[in-house]
Design a protein around this ligand. Structure first.
Ligand SMILES: NC(=O)c1ccc[n+]([C@@H]2O[C@H](COP(=O)([O-])OP(=O)(O)OC[C@H]3O[C@@H](n4cnc5c(N)ncnc54)[C@H](O)[C@@H]3O)[C@@H](O)[C@H]2O)c1
Length: 282
């Protein structure tokens, strides 16, 4: 169902790899809500993934860019402005990758070159995107910038590794740049802290199946899906949230406020787990 929330708006979306990607769902929903979009990803992800199919379905162009490369970002922002014929209204940063996680290096045995890459790809790229957009005066007043985060920025979750540090930095960049861009151009900058989600990046996290089950049991509304996330992100791109900025917004079915739910407790009760079908007993 469309509400025309983004009618007349134009935006740039990073991070759609395949149809599981959160960015993919945001792109589809943004277009449904009336937006025009430009899509971007790294050349290798464009080759290995299916972003071109998404572009075709959305009537979008795809501009390759490595989000850690300032020259790539300059080219991307220029091409995006050329395509739109001027400034635009929203940016989604949906990018994450840790070579330490990929190579199985644990947090007490990090490879520091890998750590530098984790931070550059997953957090500093957010600063680079915003800095380049601002220097090129690419965004309309009251534009909205959103990046995706995870609760490991605040709480320790086994296996999330150096991505936790990257997410803490990402959320801090939203606050620091949110002040500067807000006071100058009313541009708002927020992070959305999403439930564990079975995407390519998500599946790379150690013990992802158990983590998803644990989060789901401890979330009164259940885990938020990628589709749910897209809906929430659209509200942040819309004019309905013009005074929301510099926030980390939890989109996690209530997980971040829970300690222990009855549904999770059943796992530790004697005997076999009782599945509570009744939603009021989650
Ligand atoms: N999946 C989850 O459980 C979960 C939960 C909370 C937050 N997030 C965050 O959501 C965001 C999107 O991830 P996803 O789960 O949709 O997985 P995904 O694997 O579909 O997306 C990750 C994207 O990052 C892109 N990327 C990697 N390096 C890049 C670079 N140098 N330049 C540009 N793009 C690059 C990849 O090509 C890919 O499209 C990430 O920030 C992730 O940390 C995911």
């Amino acid at each position: 169902m469309s509400y025309n929330l983004l009618k007349g708006k134009k935006g740039l979306i990073f991070g759609a790899l395949n149809e599981d990607s959160i960015a993919w769902k945001v792109a589809e929903r943004a277009v449904e809500e009336g937006a025009e979009i430009v899509l971007t990803n790294t050349p290798v992800s464009i080759r290995m993934g299916t972003i071109n199919q998404l572009a075709e379905a959305c009537g979008a162009i795809v501009v390759p860019a490595d989000a850690t490369s300032v020259p790539d970002l300059e080219n991307l922002i220029e091409k995006t402005m050329e395509h739109f014929g001027g400034k635009f209204d929203f940016i989604l940063h949906s990018i994450g990758m840790s070579p330490n996680v990929r190579k199985g290096r644990t947090y007490d045995d990090l490879d520091y070159d890998f750590l530098t890459k984790t931070l550059d790809i997953s957090a500093i790229s957010f600063h680079k995107v915003i800095q380049v957009a601002r220097k090129k005066d690419a965004l309309n007043d009251w534009a909205s910038i959103v990046a995706l985060s995870y609760i490991a920025a605040q709480r320790t979750l086994y296996g999330y590794n150096d991505m936790a540090d990257a997410k803490a930095l990402l959320e801090s960049i939203a606050r620091s740049f949110g002040y500067i861009y807000g006071r100058e151009k009313f541009v708002r900058i927020n992070t959305v802290s999403q439930s564990p989600t079975p995407t390519t990046a998500g599946k790379g996290v150690l013990g992802m199946g158990d983590l998803m089950d644990y989060a789901d049991r401890n979330s009164p509304l259940g885990n938020a899906t990628a589709d749910d996330c897209a809906g929430y992100v659209l509200t942040l791109f819309s004019d309905l949230t013009r005074k929301v900025t510099m926030q980390n917004l939890f989109h996690d079915g209530g997980f971040s406020s829970m300690g222990m739910s009855r549904r999770a407790m059943t796992l530790y009760e004697k005997g076999l787990e009782v599945e509570y079908q009744d939603i009021s007993k989650r």
